[in-house]
Write a new protein. Structure first.
Length: 459
């Protein structure tokens, strides 16, 4: 049944979902007028960039009388432009919130006087004045003791101004709240670079109220790339994506949990030592401040990703967000079998002929501190610095005791190491090297303990 719902949602297309997701309502003024330079004057416009559609208020508990719901934020933006292309200010903006339907069920515990919000009877008015944009929380609502679970009524929001048409929005208020959870994963070790990791997102509801909404799973990979697998998932890039947004069906009754009916696959980068795959589960029509992928993003090539029920009552299903009714997430941390592989990092000495330059010596990857040996490129010579001969605590390289032009650089992880050198003459194609030692018993790949040092001539 879950798969059927997923297929139905996938067929509906991304555009319709994203239109609802944005909760963006734009109301314009006069019709566009051609302006100098081909620009158009659009008149004053006001956009409600974010107004919540469903607002859950947790049930009153005597043990936690001040437990509040998600912060109710309003985001407004003036989007009109004058004939010269400059943004227009929307003047004398007032936000009116009618709380009549909530009387006896909630109380206003705080008014945002900084945004000039004031409650009169059941009407909250926030006088914002002239704005180009505003992001504010008008109030804090708390449940009244004895308020019954279920739909409580609507908050009707009306935004007026002196020079832009009125904006209206309705927020459905529900007494009681879901508690979104996500299944947590144990870290993986000894992962082979270039291999595949499979994550199966799972989420549940440990609250007292159902979520009658569809869901988004926002997946990000660090030090790995994602396979473009599912038709109801969009990806940030056509090749080697690192971010995916999948649309999944609801509802999610209290006490239930689901996992995706297929894994989301990541391919570990070949140079990775540590990485992670993270997912966030969001109510589809309340994405808050999460950055979503546009409808034009490339889709996966396979069938739709669906859901199947699982037991979400265990301790591995936990809430992870401050606003528990809005989102939850899980992370798969991993380390590869390269974490003991010391890998030297090359660098370039850059300057004019005859110039003395300081160049920071990069530490090898997986460096624990110690000695690095530098062979300078032909035409470059070290400028030694006596101990205490520089004001900072940074370390400078010096000639090795055995001579032969070899330079020793000591690195400690709490400070930088520099090479002070003179570029004596131009030697086309000159190269040196930097190397460091590691224990072959734990680092069998000794071939990458050495890297190239180059010269870049300026002028």
């Amino acid at each position: 049944m879950a798969r059927t719902r997923g297929q139905r949602l996938a067929r509906s297309g991304a555009a319709a979902l994203l239109t609802a997701l944005g909760t963006v309502v734009t109301f314009g003024g006069a019709a566009p007028v051609a302006a100098a330079g081909g620009r158009q004057a659009t008149g004053a416009q006001l956009t409600a960039e974010h107004l919540m559609n469903t607002y859950y208020i947790p049930k009153y508990r005597a043990s936690a009388p001040d437990e509040g719901p998600t912060e109710y934020r309003i985001s407004l933006k003036a989007t009109g432009r004058a004939a010269n292309g400059q943004p227009l200010t929307v003047k004398n903006v007032k936000v009116n919130i009618d709380l009549t339907a909530l009387k006896g069920k909630v109380r206003v515990a705080w008014e945002n006087t900084g945004s000039h919000c004031k409650l009169s009877g059941s009407l909250m008015t926030c006088a914002l004045g002239d704005i180009e944009g505003a992001l504010f929380t008008p109030f804090r609502l708390l449940p009244e003791p004895g308020a019954a679970l279920g739909p409580a009524g609507n908050m009707n929001i009306t935004v007026t101004s002196a020079n832009a048409p009125t904006v209206r929005h309705t927020t459905h208020v529900v007494m009681g709240a879901p508690v979104l959870t996500a299944r947590q994963s144990e870290p993986l070790t000894e992962v082979r670079p270039g291999s595949e990791l499979r994550m199966t997102p799972a989420f549940g509801n440990k609250g007292d109220t159902a979520i009658d909404d569809s869901f988004l799973v926002l997946l990000t990979a660090e030090e790995a790339t994602l396979r473009k697998q599912y038709g109801n998932c969009r990806y940030d890039k056509a090749v080697a994506p690192t971010k995916a947004l999948c649309e999944l069906p609801g509802p999610l009754p209290a006490g239930t949990a689901y996992e995706t009916d297929g894994p989301l696959t990541a391919v570990v980068d070949k140079t990775t030592m540590y990485g992670k795959v993270h997912y966030t589960v969001l109510r589809a029509h309340e994405p808050l401040d999460n950055t979503l992928l546009p409808a034009s993003s490339p889709r996966g090539t396979g069938g739709p990703l669906g859901l199947r029920p699982v037991d979400g009552s265990g301790d591995d299903f936990t809430p992870t967000a401050y606003w528990k009714a809005e989102m939850a997430g899980g992370t798969l941390d991993f380390s590869t079998n390269q974490i003991n592989d010391l890998q030297a990092v090359g660098f370039t000495i850059k300057g004019k002929i005859g110039q003395v330059v300081d160049t920071q010596v990069p530490f090898p990857r997986n460096f624990k501190g110690g000695l690095m040996r530098v062979k300078l490129p032909a035409g470059v010579s070290l400028v030694p610095i006596e101990p205490g001969g520089h004001p900072s605590e940074d370390s400078y390289c010096g000639y090795a005791a055995q001579g032969n032009g070899l330079v020793h650089c000591f690195g400690t992880l709490d400070r930088n190491t520099y090479l002070r050198a003179r570029i004596d003459k131009r030697v086309p194609g000159a190269q040196g090297s930097i190397s460091a030692d590691s224990d072959p018993a734990v680092d069998p790949d000794q071939g990458n303990n050495t890297a190239v040092v180059k010269v870049a001539y300026v002028g």
